[in-house]
Design a protein around this ligand. Structure first.
Ligand code: B12
Length: 210
């Protein structure tokens, strides 16, 4: 079933993909596994885009299909009353409008007891600084899927330093464009390219068992 869902998304069969995803969940399927498969499908869509086999229209439609599946899948991950363990200010960085991964990480973090303040996409450095001043989070999370966003992340870390806020927070970066070298370059404390790992790292960063 999951293989069929992946294939339907990659082939842009919107109705079929959504129907099968609903059937999978109705049959007791694991929502987390479903999201992982959707993500793999988007990886393939991205690869075809890079090879010139798909165009922007397919990126848009792929994103739309994923968003529709997320709408009925994410509420199944949200857990009722969990003990609050910390606060995260989260945003997709300046120049970058990809929101799907950020939104998934948010739900995973909330399900684990983090309060998440979502400051949106294409977020200017100053907006992160203002949000940290206002909400006094334990962690700042930045999502980044495109190369242009790497510089934005570094600038954001620098602005937080200039504002004297860097030492009061931990910074985690996430998304398809981050790795150890990007972490080093930006001056973040941790990086993750999947939401579950990201939440585990956030717990470690604030000294809660992961
Ligand atoms: C869908 C999509 C779009 C949609 C976005 C829709 C939306 N509402 O988000 C649209 C059509 C808008 C789009 C636009 C563009 N896109 Co696009 N897009 C994609 C695609 C196919 C999927 C992205 C996605 O949603 N993945 C699924 C999610 C679930 O995965 P994820 O983001 O990695 O998130 C997971 C983890 O990383 C983690 N995570 C995410 N954020 C965070 C944050 C924290 C703190 C933590 C801890 C964890 C975490 O948790 C998530 C769940 O596990 C990718 C291909 C790819 N492989 O990613 C290209 C891709 C990202 N896009 C790309 C490009 C080039 C563009 C455009 C420039 C295209 C153009 N010519 O206009 C524009 C850029 C616009 C901009 N300024 O941002 C390139 C980027 C290449 C690069 N290195 O810069 C990619 C990689 C495609 C490719 N292979 O060429 N895109």
């Amino acid at each position: 079933m999951l293989d069929e869902i992946l294939k339907s998304i990659v082939e842009m069969e919107e109705e079929e993909a959504i129907k099968k995803a609903k059937e999978y969940l109705d049959g007791g399927g694991d929502p987390q596994k479903l999201l992982e498969v959707c993500r793999d499908a988007m990886g393939e869509v991205g690869a075809r885009f890079e090879k010139g086999e798909y165009f922007l229209s397919e990126l848009i439609l792929g994103g739309e299909i994923f968003k529709q599946i997320m709408e009925f899948t994410l509420p199944k991950i949200k857990s009722g009353s969990v003990k609050k363990i910390g606060k995260i200010v989260l945003g997709t960085v300046k120049e970058d409008v990809h929101n799907i991964g950020k939104d998934i990480f948010k739900v995973f973090a909330e399900a684990s007891g983090f309060e998440v303040i979502d400051i949106g996409i294409d977020t200017p450095e100053e907006k992160f600084v203002e949000a940290v001043k206002e909400h006094k989070p334990d962690i700042v999370g930045m999502s980044c899927l495109i190369t242009a966003g790497v510089t934005s992340m570094k600038k954001t870390v620098d602005k937080l330093k200039e504002a004297g806020l860097r030492d009061s927070i931990k910074i985690i970066i996430g998304g398809g464009r981050v790795d150890e070298s990007v972490k080093e370059f930006t001056g973040a404390d941790a990086w993750a390219d999947d939401a579950a790992k990201g939440v585990r790292l956030c717990k470690q960063l604030i000294g809660v068992e992961g």
